[in-house]
Structure formats: C-alpha cells, structure tokens
Design a protein around this ligand. Structure first.
Ligand SMILES: *Cc1c(COP(=O)(O)O)cnc(C)c1O
Length: 361
C-alpha cells in the first residue's frame, strides 16, 4: 500500500502544457496573436443572446441542447439527432477517447498535429502513435502505415493547426478507405469556417456513408472561445454511446443560447471569413524573404519558418515582435522551434507585424 492515492500511470506521460506568452514589454498593451481567436469579436447577436441569459442563472440548462442542435442542423443541412455538443471540442475529444480507447490501445495522429490528441489518448490510458509528415503536411501513407491491430482511433485535424495545411477530398477519402472498419476516424474541422480551397471537403459524406467516422467542430474560432462550445456529427451508434458518457448538462445555457445565435448569424461568419482571407493572403505574400518563409494556410493563422542564423531565428523574431506588443505563438512545444504561428488579427496589427519583420533583416 502507498501512503497517498496513486495516479493512473498514463497521466504522468502527459507533458504539462506550456502556455504561450501573453505579456508584452512593461507599459505596452499586448496584442494577442497567439490563440487563433476571432479578431472581430463575437457575433452581436450572440452577445445579445448571452446578455439575455443573465436572467436565467438559477436554472439548469437544456441538457439535450435541442435548440442549438436544431439550429446547427438547419444551417448545415444535418440531422439534429446525429449532432452532439460539448464544452469546447476539447471535451468532445476527451469523450471520444474515453469511449474507444483502453489501456494498451493506440491512437494514430500526425507528427505536427493538434496537441490535444496525445493528451486525450493518454488520459484514456492509450498510447499516441505519431505518423511522420512530409513538408509539414499529413502524409496519408504514413498515417495508414502507423495503424496496427491496437489502433482504435485516428485523429486528423483538417485543416491542421499549427501548420495550416490540409488533406484534399481525395486524400481524405484515401485515408478513410485504408482504415479497418473498427478504427474510428475523427475529423477535427475546427477551422472549417475559414477554408476556401476548392478541393477540400468536411467529410460529412464519410460520416453519412460509414459507421466509423465522426466530425468535430467548434465555436471557438468564430468568436466564442470564452464560452467553450463545440459540436460533433456522427453515426447513430456513436450518438448512443456519446450520450451515455457525457455529463447531462455539459454545456451551460448562456453558451447554448449564444452559440445558437452565432450559428444562425451566417453574415457575421461570412464577414469573418472575408476579413481572414484578405489578411491571410497579405501575410503569406508579404512574409517571405531570404531568411523566413510563410506557408499557405487554410486556417485563421499562418505558420512562418525562420532561419537558424543568429539574429534571424524564430526566437529573435518572437522577441522583437513582443517588444512592440505583438504576441505570437512559439512552436517549440509542437516540435517546430524554428517557426512561429501568427493568428490573423486586425489589419493595422498585421501591417505593423509585417513592417517589423521586414525591417529586421
Ligand atoms: C482551436 C482548436 C480546437 C478547438 O478547441 P475548443 O476546445 O473547441 O476551443 C480544436 N481542434 C483544433 C485543431 C484547434 O486548433
């Protein structure tokens, strides 16, 4: 017997999260470009719904999230019975792992994929298996080669954070076609609202035509990060087990109301997308030089890679930007110490950022 409670050993395999910096030099108001939040805030309709909810704090929320699921169903043309909601897609990813992964199981994910996948896998007692990427893009063959008899779940962020790259519709089909039927493919489309590539697809058809595909989404990147609302779309057998495990009131009423207003405010979402695309294009075209280069992106951020040369490293660029109040995301915890991830912000801040990096030399 030990003299204190012993933690589930796989939890100790989780690397403690290192948050990005959020402070600038003393006296400078920081501009946060490190968390892929909406630069235009939330939909005004969502804010109004949230405020209205201040009168309802004493009552439990609708545990079935009926109105939000109906709204999502209407806007995206999906069956509300196959939509589930959670406290951010983080919660959904944890629930999915708990549903399918046991001690000794494996989950496959891409080398530079989203950092939450290994956490939820370990949290369920499983082991993450990383598939190497080619040129900072998910490699379908490597993902399939990483699948073994122990694999229960394959996680794919499409588009991916932090690289901004994506699998085309054909590549996604090929990934799914290569998986055994007992392996669940989780398509995390957190940046769906920002994609404009013509050869991209969400994978709704894959969910509809198969028993082993679930798509997850979030409201965090379209202005509601603070409220923690995510949703998923899955096959009927999945929805059954999902509802058994989830907390009966897992999303609070103010968040449900605001999310419902946000999903119906398609004009606001379109405005965000247009703003994002214009400045994303601007960054990708301006942030190129002989010592840094910026990758194309389908998200609301770009990844810029820097030189190893002294004075021209990602760390140097990070510190220089920080000194001017611009807080971007360092990428060492993602295994990309030579890169910075820059969230798309206001136009004036993007211009300032470009000007700072271009004058660094
Ligand atoms: C931001 C992000 C999410 C969203 O997480 P929430 O818990 O909904 O805020 C999910 N997946 C990826 C890849 C992300 O970048």
């Amino acid at each position: 017997m030990t003299d204190r409670p012993e933690v589930n050993p796989s939890i100790m395999e989780i690397a403690a999260y290192v948050p990005g910096k959020s402070k600038a030099a003393p006296g400078i108001e920081p501009i946060k470009l490190s968390a892929n939040e909406s630069p235009l805030g939330a939909s005004p309709k969502a804010e109004e719904a949230y405020r209205y909810h201040a009168h309802n704090l004493a009552i439990y929320p609708d545990g079935s999230a009926m109105e939000l699921r109906t709204a999502i169903g209407e806007v995206y043309g999906l069956d509300p019975n196959r939509i589930g909601v959670g406290s951010g897609s983080d919660e959904l990813l944890h629930l999915i792992a708990q549903l399918y992964i046991e001690a000794g199981d494996e989950a496959v994910m891409s080398q530079y994929g989203f950092l939450v996948y290994p956490i939820v896998t370990r949290g369920a007692g499983g082991t993450p298996v990383f598939a190497s990427e080619t040129d900072l893009k998910t490699d379908v063959d490597a993902m399939l080669a990483a699948v073994s008899e122990k694999t229960k779940v394959v996680y794919l962020a499409n588009p991916n954070n932090p690289t901004g790259s994506y699998l085309t519709a054909d590549e996604l089909d090929r990934l799914h076609a290569g998986l055994p039927k007992n392996v669940l493919l989780v398509i995390d489309a957190a940046y769906a609202e920002y994609v404009d590539a013509a050869d991209y697809k969400l994978g709704i058809d894959l969910v509809n035509n198969n028993e082993n595909v679930v798509m997850t989404r979030t409201f965090s990147k379209i202005g509601l990060a603070n409220l923690r609302v995510g949703w998923l779309y899955g096959p009927a057998h999945f929805m059954d087990v999902f509802h058994r495990l989830r907390g009966p009131f897992n999303v609070n009423g103010a968040a449900l109301a605001a999310a419902q207003a946000a999903v119906r405010d398609v004009e606001f979402t379109a405005k965000l997308k247009t703003h994002n695309k214009r400045l994303r294009d601007y960054l990708v075209s301006e942030l190129q030089s002989n010592w840094y280069r910026t990758r194309p992106s389908q998200g609301n951020f770009v990844l810029t890679e820097f030189s190893e040369e002294e004075g021209r490293t990602a760390k140097d660029a990070f510190e220089t930007l920080l000194g001017e109040g611009l807080v971007v995301r360092e990428m060492a915890s993602y295994g990309l110490p030579h890169a910075l991830r820059i969230s798309i912000g206001h136009e004036k801040d993007m211009k300032k950022l470009v000007q700072i990096l271009q004058s660094m030399n």
